[in-house]
Design a binder for this molecule. Structure first.
Ligand code: ZN
Length: 289
C-alpha cells in the first residue's frame, strides 16, 4: 500500500511538472514588416529557432510596408513576456512607441537582432534600450563608440564620426567576455561564427550595458561588441549585432545566443543548455535543414 502510494505520488509529480511546462510557455512576439534586410526570409528562421527550444510560443506582428499609414500598427506588447525585433523601418506611431517603452520599463524583455539596431536613430528611449546602434545619421550626438581596444581594455570613445560600419561578410570568431552571465555561461571561450556581417563602430548611450561577447574587426582594429545586455528600468534587453542573413542565422552559436538571450530577457534566468553541435574556436557549425 505504501509503495503504491509512492508510485502514485511520483506519477502525479510528473504530470504536474509536464502540465506546468506545457501550460506556460514563454510568450514571444517577433516584430517585423520593414527592414533593409530579407526579413521575410529571416523571421521564419528566428521563429523556428525559438520554437525548436521547446519553451516558447511565438507570434509575429508585421507592420504596414514602408511609407504606408502606420497608425494601425499597435501590437499588444503586454500580452507577451518578450519582444524580438527584426524591424528596421518607419517610426512607429507615438502610442505604439509609448506602449513599447512602458512594456520594457515595467519588466518586459526585449531582444534586438542585427539591423534592428539601425532602427529609430532619433527615438532616444529606443536607443537607451539597445545601448548601441548604427547608421540612420548616428554620430557623436548619439553617444560614444564602445569597444575593447587592442589591449582588450573597455573604451568609451567620444570622438566625432558616424555610427555603424561593416566590411565584407566572413566567418569570424566570437570571444566570450563574461563567462558567468546566464546567457554565455558554459560556452567555449571562443567560437567560430558562420558567414556574417561584422558590425563595427556602433555608438549609443550604452547605459547599464554589459558586453558578453566581442569579435575583432580588421576594419576598425577593435574588438567590437557582438552580444550585449542592457538593463532598462525593470526590463532586460539582449542585443546581438549578428544575424545579417539566412546563413548567419543558421549558426548554432547564433541560435543558442538567440534562444538563451530570449529566455533570459523574458525571465532573468536561463535553463536552455549549450547544444552538442555548438561551434568550437576554429570550426563553425550550422543547422541547414
Ligand atoms: Zn546586415
Amino acid at each position: 500500500m505504501v509503495r503504491k502510494h509512492m508510485w502514485l505520488t511520483g506519477v502525479f509529480a510528473i504530470l504536474v511538472t509536464a502540465t506546468a511546462w506545457a501550460d506556460s510557455p514563454l510568450r514571444v512576439l517577433i516584430v517585423d514588416g520593414q527592414n533593409n534586410h530579407q526579413w521575410k526570409k529571416t523571421t521564419p528562421l528566428l521563429k523556428s529557432a525559438l520554437e525548436d527550444a521547446g519553451c516558447f510560443q511565438v507570434d509575429v506582428a508585421t507592420s504596414p510596408s514602408s511609407g504606408q499609414d502606420m497608425s494601425s500598427f499597435t501590437p499588444k506588447f503586454q500580452d507577451y513576456q518578450v519582444v524580438v525585433s527584426n524591424y528596421n523601418g518607419d517610426l512607429w506611431p507615438e502610442a505604439t512607441r509609448k506602449a513599447f517603452q512602458r512594456f520594457v520599463e515595467t519588466g518586459g524583455g526585449f531582444v534586438c537582432v542585427h539591423a534592428a539596431d539601425n532602427a529609430f536613430p532619433k527615438w532616444d528611449e529606443y536607443n537607451r534600450m539597445i545601448g548601441l546602434g548604427g547608421w540612420g545619421g548616428r554620430n557623436e550626438s548619439s553617444g560614444p563608440y564602445v569597444y575593447l581596444d587592442k589591449d582588450e581594455k573597455l573604451v568609451r570613445d567620444d570622438r566625432q564620426g558616424p555610427g555603424g560600419s561593416h566590411g565584407a561578410r566572413h566567418e569570424f570568431q566570437v570571444i566570450i567576455r563574461d563567462t558567468t552571465h546566464p546567457i554565455t555561461k558554459g560556452m567555449p571561450g571562443a567560437w567560430l561564427h558562420t558567414d556574417d556581417e561584422l558590425y563595427d563602430s556602433l555608438r549609443g548611450p550604452a547605459e547599464n550595458m554589459k558586453i558578453l561577447g566581442t569579435a575583432f574587426s580588421n576594419k576598425s582594429g577593435r574588438h567590437e561588441p557582438m552580444i550585449m545586455t542592457i538593463d532598462y528600468g525593470e526590463g532586460r534587453v539582449m542585443h546581438t549585432a549578428m544575424g545579417h542573413h539566412e546563413p548567419s542565422m543558421q549558426c548554432v552559436g547564433f541560435i543558442t545566443v538567440l534562444q538563451r538571450g530570449t529566455e533570459w530577457a523574458a525571465t532573468g534566468k536561463v535553463t536552455l543548455p549549450i547544444p552538442d553541435d555548438f561551434p568550437s574556436a576554429d570550426k563553425s557549425s550550422a543547422r541547414t535543414d
